[in-house]
Write a new protein. Structure first.
Length: 110
């Protein structure tokens, strides 16, 4: 489960940003095409935050939908996988514009 190591890294990033202040909440953006399971990150968060300034922090996860731009016709279309065709022309080879994110969007500190 790579989500455990990802969550450990997220906690470390937040700890550095908090600079010793208690963290009240963390908001993450996780893209549908990132390969990261939001439920697994949520499950790991409490264990990873234990004993840190994030110990009592709430975790909010915002899922970011996939969006691709067609190299053929230039249309932007919602995608659920890397292999979805363009909904306008049916072409393949979409350039992924959005949906691969894994970022700390917001950190609320005391």
């Amino acid at each position: 489960m790579h989500e455990l190591s990802l969550t450990q890294n997220i906690v470390e990033i937040c700890e550095r940003a908090a600079a010793g202040r208690n963290v009240l909440s963390v908001t993450l953006e996780i893209g549908e095409l990132s390969g990261v399971m939001p439920d697994a990150v949520e499950f790991c968060f409490e264990a990873c935050a234990h004993g840190t300034v994030l110990e009592s922090a709430s975790l909010r996860i915002e899922q970011v939908g996939g969006l691709g731009r067609c190299n053929g016709c230039g249309a932007e279309t919602a995608v659920k996988s890397w292999f979805d065709p363009c909904r306008e022309c049916g072409g393949y080879g979409l350039e992924i514009v959005r949906g691969e994110e894994l970022r700390v969007k917001e950190l609320e500190v005391a």
